[in-house]
Write a protein of this length. Structure first.
Length: 241
Protein backbone atom coordinates (compact mmCIF):
# COMPACT_ATOMS: atom_id res chain seq x y z
CA UNK A 1 0.00 0.00 0.00
CA UNK A 2 1.34 3.44 -0.94
CA UNK A 3 1.95 5.55 2.19
CA UNK A 4 0.01 8.71 2.74
CA UNK A 5 1.76 11.72 1.27
CA UNK A 6 0.26 15.16 1.60
CA UNK A 7 1.19 18.79 1.68
CA UNK A 8 0.02 21.26 4.30
CA UNK A 9 -0.23 24.73 2.91
CA UNK A 10 0.22 27.78 5.10
CA UNK A 11 1.28 25.99 8.29
CA UNK A 12 4.68 27.12 9.51
CA UNK A 13 7.12 24.54 10.86
CA UNK A 14 7.01 26.34 14.20
CA UNK A 15 3.52 24.80 14.56
CA UNK A 16 5.09 21.35 14.42
CA UNK A 17 5.59 19.72 17.81
CA UNK A 18 9.36 19.60 17.15
CA UNK A 19 9.52 23.13 15.76
CA UNK A 20 11.52 24.56 18.65
CA UNK A 21 14.11 21.78 18.31
CA UNK A 22 14.50 22.03 14.53
CA UNK A 23 16.76 24.18 12.36
CA UNK A 24 13.73 26.24 11.31
CA UNK A 25 12.63 27.43 14.72
CA UNK A 26 13.41 31.15 14.44
CA UNK A 27 12.56 32.04 10.84
CA UNK A 28 10.64 35.29 10.43
CA UNK A 29 7.09 35.32 9.07
CA UNK A 30 7.95 35.68 5.34
CA UNK A 31 10.57 32.92 5.56
CA UNK A 32 8.17 30.68 7.50
CA UNK A 33 5.53 31.19 4.81
CA UNK A 34 8.08 30.29 2.12
CA UNK A 35 9.07 27.18 4.06
CA UNK A 36 5.44 26.12 4.47
CA UNK A 37 4.82 26.49 0.73
CA UNK A 38 7.82 24.34 -0.18
CA UNK A 39 7.40 21.62 2.41
CA UNK A 40 5.78 18.22 1.94
CA UNK A 41 4.93 16.06 4.95
CA UNK A 42 4.90 12.29 4.48
CA UNK A 43 4.17 9.32 6.68
CA UNK A 44 6.44 6.29 6.31
CA UNK A 45 5.95 2.71 7.38
CA UNK A 46 8.69 0.62 8.98
CA UNK A 47 11.39 -0.23 6.46
CA UNK A 48 10.42 2.41 3.89
CA UNK A 49 13.19 4.52 2.41
CA UNK A 50 13.14 8.30 2.72
CA UNK A 51 15.98 8.61 0.22
CA UNK A 52 18.48 6.21 -1.31
CA UNK A 53 22.25 6.20 -1.53
CA UNK A 54 23.38 7.35 -4.97
CA UNK A 55 20.20 9.15 -5.99
CA UNK A 56 20.24 12.89 -6.78
CA UNK A 57 19.55 15.19 -3.87
CA UNK A 58 16.41 17.24 -4.41
CA UNK A 59 16.29 19.04 -1.06
CA UNK A 60 16.55 18.28 2.65
CA UNK A 61 14.39 16.34 5.11
CA UNK A 62 13.36 17.07 8.68
CA UNK A 63 12.26 14.22 10.95
CA UNK A 64 8.95 15.09 12.61
CA UNK A 65 8.10 11.75 14.21
CA UNK A 66 9.60 8.31 14.75
CA UNK A 67 13.17 7.13 14.24
CA UNK A 68 15.10 7.14 10.96
CA UNK A 69 18.22 5.06 10.38
CA UNK A 70 21.03 6.48 8.25
CA UNK A 71 22.66 3.62 6.33
CA UNK A 72 25.49 3.18 3.87
CA UNK A 73 26.19 0.29 1.55
CA UNK A 74 29.72 -1.04 1.23
CA UNK A 75 31.25 -2.26 -2.02
CA UNK A 76 29.75 -5.72 -1.42
CA UNK A 77 26.25 -4.35 -0.92
CA UNK A 78 26.20 -4.86 2.84
CA UNK A 79 24.13 -2.28 4.74
CA UNK A 80 25.87 -0.54 7.64
CA UNK A 81 23.80 1.50 10.09
CA UNK A 82 25.76 4.68 10.80
CA UNK A 83 23.45 6.69 13.04
CA UNK A 84 19.89 7.34 14.14
CA UNK A 85 17.89 10.49 13.42
CA UNK A 86 15.11 11.67 15.73
CA UNK A 87 12.35 14.33 15.66
CA UNK A 88 13.88 17.73 15.05
CA UNK A 89 16.90 16.38 13.13
CA UNK A 90 17.61 17.56 9.58
CA UNK A 91 18.94 14.87 7.24
CA UNK A 92 20.29 14.94 3.70
CA UNK A 93 21.58 18.49 4.05
CA UNK A 94 25.28 17.74 3.51
CA UNK A 95 24.77 16.32 0.03
CA UNK A 96 22.50 19.29 -0.70
CA UNK A 97 25.14 21.80 0.35
CA UNK A 98 27.87 20.04 -1.64
CA UNK A 99 25.65 19.57 -4.69
CA UNK A 100 26.27 15.81 -4.77
CA UNK A 101 24.15 12.70 -4.77
CA UNK A 102 23.11 11.14 -1.47
CA UNK A 103 26.06 9.33 0.13
CA UNK A 104 23.75 7.39 2.44
CA UNK A 105 20.22 6.02 2.57
CA UNK A 106 17.59 6.98 5.14
CA UNK A 107 15.17 4.30 6.34
CA UNK A 108 12.19 4.59 8.65
CA UNK A 109 12.82 2.16 11.50
CA UNK A 110 9.19 2.27 12.54
CA UNK A 111 6.15 4.43 11.73
CA UNK A 112 7.70 7.82 11.05
CA UNK A 113 6.83 11.27 9.75
CA UNK A 114 9.36 13.17 7.66
CA UNK A 115 9.00 16.57 6.00
CA UNK A 116 10.76 17.24 2.70
CA UNK A 117 11.76 20.79 1.75
CA UNK A 118 12.51 21.13 -1.95
CA UNK A 119 15.76 22.42 -3.42
CA UNK A 120 14.37 25.75 -4.68
CA UNK A 121 12.87 26.58 -1.28
CA UNK A 122 16.04 25.71 0.63
CA UNK A 123 18.19 27.78 -1.74
CA UNK A 124 15.91 30.78 -1.26
CA UNK A 125 15.86 30.36 2.52
CA UNK A 126 19.64 30.13 2.73
CA UNK A 127 20.01 33.17 0.51
CA UNK A 128 17.82 35.31 2.74
CA UNK A 129 18.67 33.86 6.14
CA UNK A 130 22.41 33.63 6.90
CA UNK A 131 21.62 32.31 10.39
CA UNK A 132 20.09 29.19 8.81
CA UNK A 133 23.29 28.46 6.93
CA UNK A 134 25.25 28.98 10.15
CA UNK A 135 23.04 26.43 11.93
CA UNK A 136 23.73 23.90 9.17
CA UNK A 137 27.45 24.62 9.56
CA UNK A 138 27.26 24.11 13.33
CA UNK A 139 25.27 20.90 12.83
CA UNK A 140 27.90 19.64 10.39
CA UNK A 141 30.70 20.46 12.85
CA UNK A 142 28.81 18.70 15.64
CA UNK A 143 28.43 15.59 13.49
CA UNK A 144 32.14 15.71 12.63
CA UNK A 145 33.01 15.88 16.32
CA UNK A 146 30.65 12.96 16.96
CA UNK A 147 32.43 11.00 14.21
CA UNK A 148 35.78 11.75 15.87
CA UNK A 149 34.39 10.50 19.19
CA UNK A 150 33.29 7.29 17.48
CA UNK A 151 36.75 6.80 15.96
CA UNK A 152 38.26 7.30 19.41
CA UNK A 153 35.90 4.73 20.95
CA UNK A 154 36.63 2.26 18.17
CA UNK A 155 40.36 2.61 18.87
CA UNK A 156 40.26 2.54 22.68
CA UNK A 157 37.26 0.53 23.86
CA UNK A 158 36.65 -3.20 23.75
CA UNK A 159 33.64 -4.48 21.83
CA UNK A 160 31.86 -5.07 25.13
CA UNK A 161 32.41 -1.50 26.27
CA UNK A 162 31.35 -0.13 22.87
CA UNK A 163 28.07 -2.05 23.18
CA UNK A 164 27.61 -0.80 26.75
CA UNK A 165 28.16 2.78 25.57
CA UNK A 166 25.60 2.28 22.79
CA UNK A 167 23.03 0.90 25.25
CA UNK A 168 23.54 3.91 27.50
CA UNK A 169 22.87 6.21 24.52
CA UNK A 170 19.76 4.25 23.52
CA UNK A 171 18.31 4.24 27.03
CA UNK A 172 18.15 8.05 26.94
CA UNK A 173 15.98 8.01 23.79
CA UNK A 174 14.12 4.73 24.07
CA UNK A 175 14.24 3.74 27.74
CA UNK A 176 11.33 3.59 30.13
CA UNK A 177 11.48 3.25 33.91
CA UNK A 178 9.88 0.14 35.41
CA UNK A 179 8.22 0.02 38.83
CA UNK A 180 11.15 -1.95 40.25
CA UNK A 181 13.62 0.75 39.21
CA UNK A 182 14.98 -1.12 36.20
CA UNK A 183 15.06 0.45 32.75
CA UNK A 184 13.63 -1.22 29.66
CA UNK A 185 14.63 -0.35 26.11
CA UNK A 186 12.60 -1.22 23.03
CA UNK A 187 15.46 -1.38 20.56
CA UNK A 188 14.71 0.42 17.27
CA UNK A 189 17.28 -1.76 15.49
CA UNK A 190 18.15 -5.43 15.03
CA UNK A 191 21.11 -7.18 16.63
CA UNK A 192 22.82 -7.13 13.24
CA UNK A 193 22.47 -3.35 13.22
CA UNK A 194 23.82 -3.20 16.78
CA UNK A 195 26.85 -5.09 15.51
CA UNK A 196 27.40 -2.64 12.65
CA UNK A 197 27.09 0.34 14.99
CA UNK A 198 29.63 -1.22 17.35
CA UNK A 199 31.88 -2.15 14.44
CA UNK A 200 31.98 -5.91 14.87
CA UNK A 201 30.32 -9.07 13.61
CA UNK A 202 26.85 -10.32 14.50
CA UNK A 203 28.34 -13.44 16.12
CA UNK A 204 30.55 -11.31 18.36
CA UNK A 205 27.61 -9.21 19.53
CA UNK A 206 25.70 -12.38 20.39
CA UNK A 207 28.60 -13.58 22.57
CA UNK A 208 28.88 -10.20 24.30
CA UNK A 209 25.14 -10.15 24.97
CA UNK A 210 25.48 -13.60 26.56
CA UNK A 211 28.23 -12.32 28.87
CA UNK A 212 26.25 -9.22 29.84
CA UNK A 213 23.33 -11.47 30.77
CA UNK A 214 25.59 -13.81 32.74
CA UNK A 215 27.00 -10.82 34.62
CA UNK A 216 23.45 -9.61 35.35
CA UNK A 217 23.94 -6.09 33.95
CA UNK A 218 21.52 -6.45 31.00
CA UNK A 219 18.92 -8.94 29.83
CA UNK A 220 17.84 -9.31 26.20
CA UNK A 221 14.55 -10.70 24.91
CA UNK A 222 14.09 -10.11 21.21
CA UNK A 223 14.35 -6.35 20.77
CA UNK A 224 13.64 -5.58 24.41
CA UNK A 225 16.54 -4.96 26.78
CA UNK A 226 16.11 -4.76 30.54
CA UNK A 227 18.83 -3.00 32.52
CA UNK A 228 18.48 -3.68 36.27
CA UNK A 229 20.75 -0.73 37.15
CA UNK A 230 21.82 1.95 34.69
CA UNK A 231 24.42 3.09 37.23
CA UNK A 232 25.96 -0.39 37.29
CA UNK A 233 26.04 -0.48 33.51
CA UNK A 234 27.57 3.01 33.32
CA UNK A 235 30.21 1.99 35.87
CA UNK A 236 31.73 -0.31 33.24
CA UNK A 237 32.56 2.77 31.17
CA UNK A 238 33.32 5.10 34.09
CA UNK A 239 36.05 2.81 35.36
CA UNK A 240 37.94 3.33 32.08
CA UNK A 241 38.04 7.14 32.36
Amino acid sequence: MTPTCFKREGQACIACHVGRRSDWHDLDQPASALLASGRRRREYGSGELVFTQGEPNDGVHCVSGGTVGIRRLDEKGNSVLLELAYPGDTIGYRSFLTGSEHKTSAEALGPSVVCHIDRVTIAALLGGNPALGLRFLKRSIGELEHAHDMIFRQATLSNRHKLVHLLLVLVVRHGRLNSNGAQSIDLPVSRRDLASMVGTRHETISRIIGRLETDGVAHFSGRQVTIPSVDALAAEIDCLI
